[in-house]
Ligand binder design. Structure first.
Ligand SMILES: [Mn+2]
Length: 311
């Protein structure tokens, strides 16, 4: 059977949805086809919340596939080769199952399934339900965790009504009464900053934007408890100053986003604070300002900046 092996694999670097999709879809395919040839795999090392969820629901970490060349492969949770495991161009692709925008080309007809749900695990859960395949308590818990992380505990606009029904159903199957508490637990692990250096916190999710006034860098950390940063603010502000001077930024910001209260504390360093205040529509005091209702860098902050900084 080894030569028939089919690797089911998510994107690089792996997130929880990628890993839980690979595991749950392998179980599903093996069950449906009465085989054991489907094998979940990883495109790289897993993150903290993935490690946490695998432990909590008692799953072994799938093996890392170093190179997909000449292997049978099913892609889950992505469809762009640029996000895929090494050697994907020379793999034998069998299927794609995803919830992202499509940028895909392949020389042969294959099964290609994309549905705009909050997570790939939602699509897979729906397949289990539709075909009446039994879902174990632990697998339901793992898939639920993946959906909660991908949708930021059902708060993102990507979380559809269908996702919400699937969340409820998985929680019931997993015997989890309070899925919001599970979501908070996952984000607590995800945003745990105690072990990180200030510069690592800033750079963990950092993007550059070019405007007429110059380059602006914006980092973001999502947390369920801003208190975790209470003793780190000064240190983070010093790092932001250093980064701005060293790399010639107009401004550098770090958004500490409280996903429960739905607002962000902006830590800032700017060569023109008045202009930055005008862009944000708020006064900055000692490098910081809290803006209620701002949680999205892409949809809420960058458009404001484009307006103010491209004049
Ligand atoms: Mn996903």
């Amino acid at each position: 059977m080894v030569q028939n092996k089919v690797y089911i694999i998510g994107h690089m670097p792996p997130d929880l949805d990628s890993v839980a999709s690979a595991i749950s879809y392998a179980v599903f395919k093996n069950r449906i086809e009465k085989t054991d040839k489907y094998q979940p795999a990883l495109a790289g090392e897993i993150n903290k919340e993935t490690e946490f969820a695998l432990k909590k629901f008692v799953f072994e970490k799938p093996p890392v596939l170093e190179n997909a060349k000449d292997q049978n492969v099913i892609l889950v949770d992505h469809n762009e080769f640029s996000q895929s495991v090494h050697g994907i161009e020379q793999a034998n692709l069998l299927e794609v199952l995803d919830h992202h925008k499509v940028d895909f080309k392949y020389g042969q007809p294959i099964t290609f399934m994309v549905e705009p749900l909050g997570a790939t695990c939602s699509i897979i859960a729906h397949m289990y339900f539709a075909q009446n395949i039994e879902l174990s308590e632990n697998l339901a818990g793992l898939m639920l965790s993946a959906i909660l992380v991908d949708t930021v505990i059902a708060k993102l606009p990507t979380c559809t009504e269908k996702d919400k029904k699937i969340i409820e159903k998985l929680a019931e199957l997993a015997g989890i009464k309070d899925w919001q508490a599970l979501g908070k637990e996952l984000f607590k692990v995800r945003s745990s900053v105690k072990a990180l250096k200030a510069v690592e916190i800033i750079k963990s999710d950092f993007k550059n934007f070019n405007f007429k006034v110059g380059k602006i860098g914006i980092g973001q950390v999502e947390t369920i408890d801003l208190g975790e940063f209470s003793e780190r603010k000064e240190e983070l502000l010093v790092e932001l100053d250093k980064l701005r001077e060293k790399d010639g930024y107009h401004s550098v910001l770090l958004l500490l986003t409280d996903i429960i209260k739905e607002g962000s504390l902006f830590l800032t360093s700017s060569e023109d604070q008045a202009k930055l205040e005008e862009a944000l529509g708020a006064k900055i005091k000692r490098g910081r300002v809290y803006l209620d209702g701002i949680i999205s860098r892409k949809k809420q902050v960058v458009p404001k900046f484009a307006k103010a900084f491209n004049k």
